[in-house]
Design a protein around this ligand. Structure first.
Ligand code: S3P
Length: 455
C-alpha cells in the first residue's frame, strides 16, 4: 500500500439511511461529561506473535531433531497447535510462560489416535490441513463452536485438486476428515487474500514435495515464506504470483518469537486514548506485512513511532512508542484491509473516539473470523452508545466523546473483548464485557497489561 492520499478522504455524503453525519456529533473540548482520562507511562511487553508461534511449532514438528522456540505465545491458540502436533507424533515440552518450547520433530507425522481438536484456532486448522494433505493417512479435525462455523472449503477445495480426499459431510466447515497422500502440483487462483489459505498451500507443497503456484488477490503476512526461504525452499513473489519449489529441507532450528504486533495494537490504542503520557512497547514484530495499522493510526493523527528496528531472525523487530493523541477519522480503502485484518476491531474502537466519521471499506472477511466481527462490532458499538453501521460490506463509525455505557457481547471473540476493554477505559465510560477472559486466546494477561499502563 502506498502512502495513500486516498486513505483519509472525508466521506462526501452520508450514505447510511437514518444517520445524520452532517450534524456536529463530536466536540472534544466542549463536552460537559468528560471524566479525566488516566496518564500512561512506562515500558511494556506483549506475548509472542501468534502467527509466528503456530508456524514455528509446525516447522519444528517436521524437522527431524530438537528445535527450540523462545518467546513463543503460550495462549490457548498456541496450545491448540502444540496439542494436535503431539497427537501426530511430535514430542513438545509444555507451552508455558518463561520457558523455551522444545520440539522433537520427525520427518513425517504418524497417524493420530484420536480426533484433532483445534480449539478456537483457524490458523491451526488451515495450516495443518495443508501439512496433512501430504501424509498418507486419515485424520479428523474439529474445533469449538466458533471454529466449526468458519469456512474450510477455501482451503480443502484446492487440497482436493492436489489429490487429498476430504469429507466434510456436505457442509463447509468442521468437523471434517482428510486423507492425504501423494500430491499433484498446484496452479491456483486464490478466492480471497488470506495468509492462512496461502500458507496451507505452501505447506502442502512442503509435505507433498510438489510445486505450488498461487495467484494472490492481494499480498498478506509472509511469515511462512520467510521461514521456508530460511530452509532453502524457493519462494518467489512477483506481480501477484507466488511460486514455491520444493528445493529445501526442514532442519532443527532455534527461533526467538518477537512480540505480537496485533497484541501491541491494543496497548498502543489505550495509550492514544489516554489523557496524557507515553508508553513504549518493546520487542514487537514489525514485519511490514503486519504494520498496516500504524499507517492508519498515523493518518488519524496518532503520535506513534518505531524505534530501534533490527532484524535478528529474518523478521524485523523493534519498539513502538505511542503517546496520548487527538484522533481524526479514517477512510480505509479495500486494498488496505488484508494488512490490518486483525486490527480492525481496535481501529474501529479508536474511530469511536475520533473526530468525525470513519469508514472501513470492503471488510466482508470480518464476517468469517472468530465471530461475525462486522455484525458484532456494529451491535456492540451501538450497545455502548456509539453510532455505527454496516453499509453493505463497509463498517462506518461516528466518533463521540460522550461517556460510553453498556454491555458488550463478545461471542467468545478475543479481539472484540480486548477492543472494548480499551474503549471502556476512562472518559467516564462503563463498558461491561460478557466474557473478558476470552482474551486469553491470543493475549494471556491482557487485563493486567492494560491496567499496567497507568503511570
Ligand atoms: C493468520 C491470518 C489471518 C489472521 C489470523 C492469523 C495467519 O487470517 O486473521 O489471525 O497466521 O496466517 P486469514 O488468512 O483468514 O485472513
Amino acid at each position: 500500500m502506498g502512502a495513500g492520499a486516498r486513505l483519509f478522504t472525508t466521506p462526501e455524503k452520508d450514505t447510511i439511511p437514518g444517520l445524520d453525519f452532517t450534524s456536529d456529533v463530536f466536540s472534544r473540548s466542549a463536552s460537559p461529561y468528560m471524566a479525566p482520562r488516566e496518564r500512561v507511562a512506562g515500558s511494556h511487553t506483549v506475548p509472542g506473535d501468534k502467527s509466528i508461534t503456530h508456524r514455528a511449532l509446525m516447522f519444528a514438528a517436521l524437522a527431524p531433531g530438537e528445535s527450540r522456540v523462545t518467546g513463543a505465545l503460550t495462549s490457548l491458540d498456541a496450545r491448540s497447535t502444540a496439542s494436535v502436533l503431539r497427537l501426530l507424533g511430535t514430542r513438545i515440552s509444555p507451552v508455558r510462560p518463561g520457558s523455551a518450547v522444545r520440539v522433537q520433530g520427525n520427518r513425517r507425522f504418524s497417524p493420530p489416535p484420536t480426533v484433532l481438536h483445534c480449539g478456537n484456532s483457524g490458523t491451526t486448522t488451515r495450516l495443518l490441513l495443508g501439512l496433512l494433505a501430504g501424509h498418507p493417512f486419515q485424520a479428523t479435525l474439529t474445533g469449538d463452536r466458533s471454529l466449526r462455523r468458519r469456512p474450510m472449503r477455501r482451503v480443502t477445495g484446492a487440497l482436493s485438486r492436489m489429490g487429498a480426499v476430504v469429507d466434510d459431510g456436505g457442509r463447509d466447515g468442521l468437523p471434517l476428515r482428510i486423507t492425504g497422500g501423494s500430491l499433484n502440483r498446484l496452479d491456483w487462483q486464490m478466492p480471497v487474500a488470506s495468509a492462512q489459505i496461502k500458507s496451507a498451500m505452501l505447506l502442502a507443497g512442503v509435505a507433498g514435495e510438489v510445486e505450488v503456484v498461487l495467484h494472490e488477490p492481494a499480498s498478506t503476512r509472509d511469515h511462512t515464506e520467510r521461514l521456508l526461504r530460511h530452509f532453502g525452499f524457493e519462494v518467489a513473489s512477483r506481480d501477484g504470483i507466488l511460486r514455491f519449489a520444493p528445493t529445501g529441507r526442514l532442519a532443527p532450528f532455534e527461533l526467538a518469537v518477537p512480540g505480537d504486533p496485533s497484541s501491541a495494537a491494543f496497548l498502543v490504542a489505550a495509550a492514544l486514548l489516554a489523557g496524557s503520557g507515553e508508553i513504549r512497547v518493546t520487542g514487537v514484530g514489525l514485519n511490514p506485512s503486519r504494520t498496516g495499522f500504524l499507517e492508519i493510526l498515523r493518518q488519524m493523527g496518532a503520535e506513534v513511532t518505531i524505534d530501534g528496528m533490527h532484524t535478528p531472525f529474518g523478521e524485523p523487530v523493534g519498539d513502538l512508542v505511542a503517546r496520548a493523541s487527538s484522533l481524526g477519522p479514517a477512510d480505509v480503502p479495500p486494498e488496505a484491509i488484508p494488512g490490518i485484518i486483525d486490527e480492525i476491531p481496535i481501529l474501529a474502537c479508536l474511530a469511536a473516539r475520533a473526530s468525525g466519521t470513519s469508514r472501513f471499506r470492503s471488510v466482508e472477511e470480518l464476517r468469517v473470523k472468530e465471530s461475525d466481527r462486522l455484525a458484532l462490532m456494529v451491535s456492540n458499538l451501538r450497545a455502548v452508545g456509539v453510532t455505527a453501521a454496516a453499509e453493505g460490506d463497509d463498517l462506518v463509525v461516528v466518533g463521540t466523546d460522550a461517556p460510553l455505557v453498556g454491555r458488550v457481547i463478545t461471542s467468545g471473540d478475543h479481539r472484540i473483548a480486548m477492543a472494548f476493554a480499551v474503549l471502556g477505559k476512562g472518559g467516564g465510560s462503563q463498558i461491561d464485557i460478557d466474557d473478558p477472559g476470552c482474551a486469553a486466546v491470543s493475549f494471556p494477561g491482557f487485563a493486567a497489561a492494560l491496567e499496567g499502563l497507568a503511570g
